[in-house]
Design a binder for this molecule. Sequence first.
Ligand SMILES: Cc1ncc(COP(=O)(O)O)c(C=O)c1O
Length: 346
Amino acid sequence: MTDLRHHGDLDARPGLEDFAVNVRGSAPPAWLREHLAAALDRIGTYPSTEDDARARRAVAARHGRTPDEVLVLAGAAEGFALLPALAPLKAALVHPSFTEPEVALRQAGVPVHRVLLDAADGYALRPGLVPGDADLVVLGNPTNPTSVLHPAATIRALAREGRTLVVDEAFMDAVPGEPETLAGADLPGLLVLRSLTKTWALPGLRAGYALGHPDLLARLAAHRPHWPVGTLQLAAVEACASPMAVAEADAAAVSMAPHRTHLAAALAGLPGVVVHEPAAGPFLLLRVRDGERVRAGLRDRGIAVRRGDTFPGLSADHIRVAVRDPARAALLVDALRAELSIEVST
Ligand SMILES: Cc1ncc(COP(=O)(O)O)c(C=O)c1O
C-alpha cells in the first residue's frame, strides 16, 4: 500500500521553491494576523462558549445556515478523524483524492471501498460507481489532486437516508463564486467540510469547520475532548467568515484563475507533458514520462513538486503543482523544460 500519510509538506523541503503545497502565499494577510494577535489577550482563559457561538454565528451567516449546523474543527483534517465516530459499516471513498479520510477509516477498522474515477473519463463523478450499500461516501470538491470540480447536482444524486455524504470543500473558496458548493444545501446526511488553511495561509493554526444537521454534528463530536479548538482558531473562523473576508477570498480566486490558465498552457507546451483540464483548484495535475526521475531532477534544480503516486489511482508519472504567479511559475516551467530536454537527449 502506498503511503497515504504522504502530503505535499514532505515534498517541500526547506530551500526549495515550493510548488508542492497548495497554500496561498506564505503568511496570512496583515488584517488577519492583527486579529489573531488581538485574540492573544484572551488565551489566559479557556475558550469561551461565547467565542464558539460567535464563530458559529459568523459561519452560519456566511453559508445561509443556522449556528447549530456549524461545528468548528481543528482543520478539515479533524473532520476526517472524527468520521469513525459515526460507526459506518461500509465507506466508499472517491479517488484519486485527499487520503486522510481513508487513513482515519482504515485505522478504525471500517471496511473501505475505493471508487476509482477514470482519467479517460476526465475523472468525472459517476454516481453509479458508488456501491448502493455504502453508508458513508467521501469525496472532494474541487478535488485534490485532479483539480476537477464536480457539478453539485451530480453530488446531490449520492445523498440518501441512512448514508452520510461527506463533501470535502477545503479548496472551494478558491473557485470564484463557489457555483458548485453544497455548503448551504439541505440534503439528508450531508456533511460539508471547509478549511481556512489554504486561502488564508493558516496551515499551522489548524482551523476549519463542518456543516450539517445538528444531530449528525452531535454524533461526530461525541468523543471530542472538552475545549477541542482554541480561542485563536475560533477567532480566525469568525473573522474569515465575515463578508469582507469572503469578498477578499473571492477576489483572490478571480485573480488566481488566469495564473492557472497561463501555467497550464506553458506546461502543456512542453514535450510529453499532459495537463489535466479543465482545472478548478489552485493546482494542476500533470502526467510526464519517467516521473520519478523528473521529480528528482526538478529537486536538484531547486523545485519541489508533489508526487502523485501516493494517491490511489495515480502513478509515479503523475505530479501535482501549485498555481503561482507567472514570475514564479516560470521557475517551474524553465526547470521542467530543461529536465525534459535531458530526458529526450539521453
Ligand atoms: C483536499 C484537502 N482536504 C483537506 C485538507 C486538510 O485541511 P486542513 O488543513 O484544514 O486540515 C487538505 C490539506 O492538504 C486537503 O488537501
